[in-house]
Design a protein around this ligand. Sequence first.
Ligand SMILES: C[S@@+](CC[C@H](N)C(=O)[O-])C[C@H]1O[C@@H](n2cnc3c(N)ncnc32)[C@H](O)[C@@H]1O
Length: 213
Amino acid sequence: MTCAHCADAEQLFNRRRARRELRSYRRKGPGRSTRLLIEALGTAQTAGRSLLDIGGGVGAIQHALAEAGASEITSADASQAYVDASRSEAERRGYRERARYHVGDFIEMAEELPVADIVTLDRVLCCYPDMPHLVEASAAKAGRLYGLVFPRRRWPVRAAFRLLNLLEALRRHSFRVFLHDPDEIELAVRAAGFERANRATTFVWQVAVYARI
Ligand SMILES: C[S@@+](CC[C@H](N)C(=O)[O-])C[C@H]1O[C@@H](n2cnc3c(N)ncnc32)[C@H](O)[C@@H]1O
């Protein structure tokens, strides 16, 4: 493990968790907010398009878009365990040759990663302290669509995030989650040259797809 952020992320997104999530994904498919993001991206229009999935975990978006005919899939994730899980599912589904995997902090790897038609960050902004930097660097990679899932700023979510950070501190882990202001996220995405094309919410999550202007 070379980057400090990755070492922190791997404390939470470890092998045991990756195995559990992959099992659950194989049994039940993607979680609700991920499903909403996949629907909002419009899988019918993703055939022949490339995808850069940042912090994709076990790869639910990658698998859905690969099935819908995406031409090239790049996964960039801070957790080696999650990348391994996503790659093994790609092998099982028979699209491994269309996929590339990068392990590390996206910000540190950004220069070497390709531009893609579609860029997604599903529940990733909340792992990173410097939201404007992450939005700017990731949106710069998106040719057509930019898809985000991030937490809503309501009191039960604030309470859950505080509790999660407290538990991480008690475990002497340095990983923390961050509840960024949704209005500031929207401003950062607009400043990067996108307008909102689609929006949905669950109790915890806001799902938004933006199109390049
Ligand atoms: C909450 S999980 C979400 C996983 C998946 N997208 C989902 O919704 O199930 C956050 C993911 O982002 C990754 N991650 C966090 N910070 C990152 C960074 N700076 N660069 C790349 N990946 C990152 C973590 O390793 C983890 O896989």
